[in-house]
Write a protein that binds this ligand. Structure first.
Ligand SMILES: Cc1cc2nc3c(=O)[nH]c(=O)nc-3n(C[C@H](O)[C@H](O)[C@H](O)COP(=O)(O)OP(=O)(O)OC[C@H]3O[C@@H](n4cnc5c(N)ncnc54)[C@H](O)[C@@H]3O)c2cc1C
Length: 469
């Protein structure tokens, strides 16, 4: 089948408006957030439901044309990027909430639902869908599951994979697997849904998911603390977890540089504390109880932490506006880094107890490779996950700085690996981290992954060239 007849058949199936071939119409699907990849595509498909996804996959499989599934296109590792002879299949029109079952604490949603839309739908039923991240207004649940996204509430609720009861998936030949059972217990062999979660579109196209829901928070207490060391952050986390009965929902670390960049570059932000400190923590405790006990608990713990010298200073948000202002400091860091020049970014994880060791060694390695470099680490420290970002020295050219990208990544990822850590904590592998797969993943692991890929996608038609070599 020629390309033209494939596109004609797809247009008949999906409607001409939903098979985009005009560059201007395709453009929004071709540009990745960080601008690191220039994507091209034969066409963009916009099916409206699972049946149309399955038909599209079948047509493409018969024509031998590869498909790149795409959600909100907020991924950061080149996972949804395509070449000119591939087709991007956007899930955006599969955006219905199929149903919410409060008694089962579960909801079934289509893959193209925005994460924020799912959070609101749960909230309207008096329940909580806890997955949360700065991109939640544009990323889709299908993309979240395909990347096994993390975010700010992993500490309490787990990664995306921990929040799923069932999936509906279109396989590489167009077969639909309906695994939307929604059971809490089902020990009938392999847990197939977990194969697709985190597979970044290389094993199947997720079209719907049944998600776990939780009790809605009625009291949320947010604190911002200045600390002398990252070790103090870990000690403080342990104390807060003990005191609150593991009710800590977020525990985010920020370096002084991160806060300085934000307050310098993001309008309407300011340092909440009167003096500068080397490290900061944004800590949040939340509960479904309504007795106000958490505010009192947090206040007491903060006072004790300051008395013990664990925290140097701190402030509690007493209104929603204050809470949002504290979160803005944390969530604006990547945006604030842009006007500071080029940056090198590393999404690493290590066992939580190794965070201080990692930071010391990685900051030393970065500064000895590029003197004057400005480390700006921040992240989900309660999960052992840091965004070890580095901004260019003020007196260095952008090109010279970026030329060190590979050498720097190797140095930082080597340190993470030596501590038993990972070169990709939550963003995935995509294209960007394929070389790291070769360097750090055991041969036996790569072999098992290749065998799974061959079993489920023998013609390599689903997101080829990503995740597995
Ligand atoms: C400001 C900002 C903040 C972020 N914060 C976080 C964070 O805290 N934690 C975190 O984990 N990530 C974060 N990210 C990264 C990104 O938002 C997540 O990876 C998100 O899960 C991607 O979802 P998406 O819908 O945009 O997927 P896309 O970018 O469209 O796709 C990502 C990958 O999933 C595949 N895919 C997409 N949809 C499907 C589907 N339905 N079926 C099969 N495969 C599919 C694609 O082929 C690609 O490989 C952030 C990004 C930005 C821009």
């Amino acid at each position: 089948m020629t390309t033209t007849s494939l596109l004609d058949r797809l247009a008949q199936r999906l409607g001409h408006n939903h098979v985009l071939t005009d560059y201007d119409l395709m453009a929004p699907y071709l540009n990745e957030e960080r601008g690191s990849y220039a994507s091209r595509a034969l066409a963009i498909l916009r099916p409206k439901d699972t049946v149309e996804v399955a038909a599209s996959v079948k047509e493409c499989a018969e024509a031998g044309v590869a498909i790149v599934p795409q959600g909100g296109n907020t991924g950061l590792v080149g996972g949804a990027v395509s070449t000119q002879n591939q087709i991007i299949l956007s899930l955006s029109r599969l955006n219905r909430v199929r149903g919410i079952n409060p008694a089962n604490r579960a909801m079934t949603v289509e893959a193209g639902c925005l994460l924020a839309q799912i959070q609101s739908a749960a909230d309207e039923q008096g329940l909580l869908f806890p997955l949360s991240m700065a991109s939640e207004g544009s990323c889709q649940i299908g993309g979240n599951l395909a990347t096994n996204a993390g975010g700010t509430s992993v500490l309490r609720y787990g990664n995306a994979r921990d929040l799923v009861l069932g999936l509906e998936v279109v396989l590489a030949d167009g077969t639909v697997w309906n695994g939307l059972k929604g059971l809490r217990k089902d020990n009938t062999g392999y847990d197939l849904k977990q194969l697709f979660i985190g597979s970044e579109g290389t094993l199947g196209i997720i079209t719907a998911a049944t998600l776990k829901l939780f009790a809605k928070h009625h009291e949320t207490v947010t604190a911002f603390l200045g600390l002398a060391s990252s070790q103090a952050a870990l000690d403080l986390l342990a104390r807060l977890q003990d005191a609150s009965g593991e009710q800590v929902t977020a525990f985010e670390l920020m370096s002084r540089n991160s806060l300085e960049f934000v307050t310098r570059r993001i309008p309407g932000t300011s340092d909440p504390l009167s003096k500068p400190y080397p490290w900061y923590v944004l800590a949040e405790i939340a509960t479904s109880r309504r007795d106000g006990a958490m505010a009192e608990l947090m206040e007491g713990e903060l006072a004790r932490a300051i008395d013990m010298g664990l925290a140097m200073d701190g402030t509690l948000a007493v209104s929603l506006a204050q809470r949002q202002a504290l979160w803005k400091l944390r969530e604006s860091i990547p945006e604030a880094q842009k006007p500071e020049g080029a940056s090198l970014k590393h999404d690493i994880s290590v066992p939580v107890s190794c965070i201080p060791d990692f930071l010391e060694r990685a900051i030393n390695a970065a500064t000895s490779l590029i003197p004057g470099i400005r480390p700006c680490p921040f992240g989900h420290v309660g999960d052992g996950n840091l965004h070890f970002n580095l901004s260019q020295p003020k007196d260095m050219s952008r090109a010279d700085f970026l030329a060190a990208r590979g050498q720097m990544a190797e140095a930082i990822h080597d340190i993470a690996a030596s501590l038993g850590g990972s070169f990709s904590a939550e963003h995935g592998v995509g294209l960007l981290k394929l070389p790291d797969m070769m360097r750090y993943k055991q041969p036996v692991e790569r072999d098992m992954m290749r065998r799974l890929k061959t079993a489920l996608d023998p013609k390599t038609l689903l997101n080829p060239g990503k995740v597995v070599e």
